[in-house]
Design a protein around this ligand. Structure first.
Ligand code: CP
Ligand code: NVA
Length: 308
């Protein structure tokens, strides 16, 4: 069995094999009603626990559907309703859940919760987002890029705004898949140095360009995300919005980038804040393909987790 904890902790060949598998199973399902089971059902007889300590639409529904399409069953658990949210240790929760279910997906705050769950669980654990990273999102984004433009190797990806958890997983992917990243955002909201160092050590070019227009020149992909992540203190809202306003992705910025640039956003989006509706609903945006691809990418992740 394998845990899927982060992009940089997963062998690059395995990541590539998962994407290949995702392209294949997606193509095989084309045109079928969503609830149709896959021809191959690697989760037959398997039970998957989906734990959420934060809100979710895409992660919750795409994992649940993915489990079902692969022949398994899932239970969606709210961290707050579990003893986990009332003082039971993560280690004991992991040991207990391992006696009932075949796989655990968890969305949580502190990365240490995910790591402790993985350490004490006898079944695969999947990172469904922490304050620091969001690897499942990036698998979907890579799948989407490949569908639209082919290999991402050597391409230029520009992250606009807050250097958050999704940005961190993009930097991990830059290292593993050999693409370059430019970060454009306020100095105080840059990604942690550790993530930048990882990508650079792996041979990727990582640039910091505070000027949004200069940053997007020649971009193959522009990515934005909310200016307020779920773990950010609501009291910081006004200050962050002031800092981040110059990094809104709008029609003018997309024009500066050129027609070759795709636009991605993991969603949920705050229209007219980090991105305008004109861009979200425009011809360069692939945001709903990304959302769909969460399903296909995570099915490949779950299959890999069980196969070892
Ligand atoms: N992109 C993403 O993870 O969405 P949810 O918060 O709706 O799961
Ligand atoms: N950066 C966002 C991603 C949501 C899917 C957050 O952590 O809230």
């Amino acid at each position: 069995m394998n845990h899927f904890l982060d992009i940089h902790k997963t062998p690059a060949d395995d990541l590539r094999a998962m994407l290949k598998q995702a392209h294949k199973t997606k193509a095989a399902r084309a045109g079928l009603p969503k609830g149709t089971l896959d021809a191959e059902r690697p989760l037959d007889g398997h039970m998957v626990a989906l734990i959420f300590e934060k809100p979710s639409t895409r992660t919750r529904v795409s994992f649940d559907m993915g489990v079902r399409q692969m022949g398994g069953q899932s239970m969606v658990l709210s961290g707050n309703d579990m003893q986990l949210g009332h003082g039971e240790s993560i280690a004991d929760t992991a040991r207990v859940l391992s006696r009932y279910v075949d796989m655990i997906m968890i969305r949580t705050f502190d990365e240490s919760t995910l790591l402790e769950m993985a350490e004490y669980a006898d079944v695969p654990v999947i990172n469904g987002l922490t304050d620091r990273t969001h690897p499942c999102q990036i698998m979907a984004d890579l799948l989407t890029f490949e569908e639209k433009k082919g290999s991402i190797k050597g391409k230029k990806v520009v992250w606009m705004g807050d250097g958050n958890n999704v940005c961190a997983s993009f930097l991990h992917a830059a290292g593993q898949f050999g693409f370059d990243m430019t970060f454009s955002g306020p100095e105080t909201l840059r990604p942690e140095a550790e993530f930048i160092k990882y990508a650079r050590d792996m041979g990727s070019k990582v640039e910091i360009e505070p000027d949004a227009t200069r940053a997007v020149e020649g971009a193959d992909l522009i990515v934005a995300d909310t200016w307020m992540s779920m773990h950010d203190a609501t009291s910081a809202r006004a200050a962050r919005h002031n800092q981040l306003r110059p990094y809104q992705v709008n029609a003018q910025l997309m024009k500066a980038a050129g027609e070759q640039a795709l636009f991605m956003h993991c969603l949920p989006a705050h229209r007219e804040e980090e991105v305008t509706s004109e861009v979200m609903d425009g011809p360069q945006s692939v945001v709903f393909d990304e959302a769909e691809n969460r399903l296909h990418a995570q099915k490949a992740v779950m299959k890999w987790c069980l196969n070892g």
